[in-house]
Design a protein around this ligand. Structure first.
Ligand code: TYD
Length: 223
């Protein structure tokens, strides 16, 4: 798997706060455009594109319906759909690969590791590994680590639950994540583990510390 520079992925079990942290990061980058921003260093940040999988494209929408339990699909079908959605996300119009090559920083909520973890539980390691072997690896992978029980308490507050949002399943999800991080390192990605049980601001700070180490950021910030 080739390494894709300027591509960052957030991963974690359901309720680990990846979406919240991407939103906060997006805001941090967005602030640089404002006229009242007196921090000149921010003016030099590259454009950032925050995105997610499953996407909001046609395949992603089908996947979301299946995640909500409205459409019943076999685990293997889900694995194939996640990789089809990913192919479109990477190589379709305004895709991740084109954006990163043009110098944007792309930050994605979930990627191939989600397939290896979640679909791996459902249909074994081999199919998700094969389906995802051709996709480029992210330059940086942030794993949001939290006890699934604590994450599950956050999920309990939501009105609806997705098919994977069961405590026994999420306990296996975390174990699989932890077991696969070394293979991500071996694939060339820098991997950092975030303490996702910490207060939101502290997690955001840890995220920024890692993002600011990326050459696309570091080379532009005047120290
Ligand atoms: P999530 O990212 O938590 O989105 P939201 O906050 O909108 O609910 O949910 C997406 C779900 O999809 C999550 O349970 C993990 C699952 N998923 C897979 O099983 N395989 C994959 O390849 C991806 C990208 C996601």
């Amino acid at each position: 798997m080739a390494l894709l520079q300027n591509f960052v992925v957030f991963e974690g079990c359901d309720g680990s706060g990846t979406s919240t942290q991407i939103e906060l990061l997006n805001r941090r980058f967005g602030e640089r455009g404002r006229g009242d921003d007196r921090d000149d260093r921010r003016q030099t940040l590259p454009p950032v594109v925050c995105t997610f999988e499953p996407t909001d494209g046609p395949v992603g929408r089908l996947l979301r319906a299946a995640l909500r339990g409205e459409v019943r699909l076999r685990g293997e079908t889900m694995a194939r759909l996640f990789s089809a959605d990913r192919a479109e996300h990477l190589y379709g119009e305004n895709g991740v690969v084109a954006l990163t090559k043009a110098g944007s920083l792309v930050v994605c909520d979930r990627y191939t590791l989600s397939s290896r973890v979640y679909q791996g539980i459902e249909c074994g390691d081999e199919l998700p590994a094969v389906l995802n072997s051709g996709f480029p690896a992210p330059e940086l992978l942030l794993f949001f680590d939290i006890d699934p029980r604590a994450a599950f308490e956050r999920l309990e507050k939501r009105p609806h639950k997705d098919i994977y949002e069961r405590l026994d399943f999420q306990i296996r999800v975390r174990e699989r994540y932890l077991g696969l991080l070394d293979s991500c390192r071996a694939g060339g990605s820098r991997v950092a583990v975030m303490d996702a049980a910490a207060p939101v601001d502290a997690v955001a700070q840890a995220v920024w510390q890692n993002i600011s180490l990326l050459p696309v950021i570091k080379n532009r910030i005047v120290q």
